[in-house]
Design a protein around this ligand. Structure first.
Ligand SMILES: *Cc1c(COP(=O)(O)O)cnc(C)c1O
Length: 379
């Protein structure tokens, strides 16, 4: 049989500035590209395995997990296949089918799916709605009290540390305090924060943290990170009765080979870059200011933003699109001409973007390009 042409060539990232927030934190440094090559064969991390992936010494998966635990200030770390698998594993280990869990109104769809696959009921703590969509910690207390009045007690609280729609950074510590008062564990979804900004799980009062290697930790993935507080370690990492060295929730082994080794190779780079987080936020705020100055472009979500993912409402581009031959495609096409990508084709009413990791010159170029597009098009 002959295969079709799968078009397995990609120069998009090399040739353009990519504004897609999903991609900004998953870019591999050189060390990780080398690891990707060295460990590209299937079970390449298993040459010296004695039965437990997390205990492999060559390459030092064990040393890496210890370093990651210190980096996140948690008592145990395992890698999983993604943030979603981390959430799924925690829910599966500590909740029973039919249980209720409490999640924020900005929760990612994978939170909903992880709960659904575990047959859990979801109760939502609503956000403040348009335009800030802020999740207030006290909302957790209110909903918990309402549930208690009905005789219901959730078995888990989940908070999206930074959500993927508005880039809102939530006050985990305040939610964590409420969780402690009610005696319910807190799972913090750090897919958009771990690897971009510092995470101290103890300070944030989270019992569990999950991160995404391919989203925010400069790994090719798919890989996620699950950090666990001491008191939950035995429960979440319970051993198999038939294969006593294997951990059941991990199905023995999780992500291995290139996904794992790129995450390992990137850790020093990631540790260094989270130290520059304040600069990244400043840069983003400056970018937002430049965009808003043009008129007809407004950042929504918490203001000033506390994260690199920003969402703009862009009535000006929508008006241009109405009169443009290419309709909604004009914006994508005009940006592409200037080697800027990452904004969905056909979309002009609003978009999400990020300038994480770009230089000041690149950010200026991006903002000026938007400005030129506005100037060149009648509304
Ligand atoms: C991207 C994202 C996820 C999914 O991460 P995976 O590692 O791909 O599972 C989960 N939650 C949030 C908030 C995200 O933005």
């Amino acid at each position: 049989m002959e295969c079709q042409d799968y078009a397995l060539n990609r120069t998009l990232e090399r040739d353009n500035l990519n504004l897609n927030p999903l991609q900004r934190g998953g870019f591999l440094p050189l060390e990780a590209r080398k690891a990707l090559y060295e460990f590209s064969d299937g079970y390449s991390v298993c040459d010296y395995c004695a039965g437990r992936l997390d205990e492999v010494k060559k390459p030092s998966v064990a040393g890496f997990l210890d370093d990651m635990a210190r980096f996140l200030n948690v008592d145990a770390v395992r890698t999983v296949h993604g943030a979603r698998e981390g959430k799924y594993a925690v829910m599966h280990a500590i909740c029973q089918p039919g249980d209720t869990i409490l999640v924020d109104g900005n929760a990612h769809y994978t939170t909903h799916l992880a709960a659904e696959r575990n047959q859990l009921n979801i109760v939502e703590v609503p956000s403040s709605g348009h335009p800030e969509y802020e999740v207030q910690p006290e909302g957790y207390r209110e909903v918990l009290d309402e549930l208690q009045d009905r005789g219901e007690e959730p078995s888990l609280l989940l908070l999206t540390h930074v959500d993927g729609d508005y880039g809102n950074l939530t006050d985990s510590r305040a939610v964590g305090k409420i969780a402690r008062q009610y005696g319910i564990p807190l799972l913090l979804n750090c897919a958009y924060s771990m690897g971009r900004m510092p995470i101290d799980a103890k300070k944030l009062k989270a019992d569990f943290v999950v991160g995404s290697g391919h989203k925010s930790m400069a790994a090719s993935g798919p890989i996620g990170v699950l950090g666990i507080k001491e008191e939950w370690v035995d429960k979440v990492l319970q051993r198999s009765s038939s294969h006593p060295v294997k951990e059941v929730e991990m199905l023995g082994c999780t992500s291995r080979g290139a996904p794992l080794t790129t995450l390992m190779a990137s850790l020093p780079h990631v540790i260094e870059r989270v130290g520059n987080w304040d600069e990244e936020v400043k840069k983003t705020r400056k970018f937002v200011a430049m965009m808003e100055e043009m008129g007809g472009i407004n950042q929504i979500g918490i203001k000033p933003t506390k994260h690199d993912l920003v969402r703009f409402e862009t009535p000006i581009f929508h008006r241009i699109a109405e009169n443009h031959q290419r309709k909604g495609f004009f914006l994508y096409e005009e940006l592409k001409k200037r080697n800027i990508v990452g904004i969905k084709r056909g979309q002009t009413q609003w978009f999400k973007c990020s300038v994480y990791g770009f230089s000041t010159e690149q950010v200026d170029y991006i903002a000026h390009s938007f400005q030129k597009i506005i100037k060149e098009h009648p509304q």
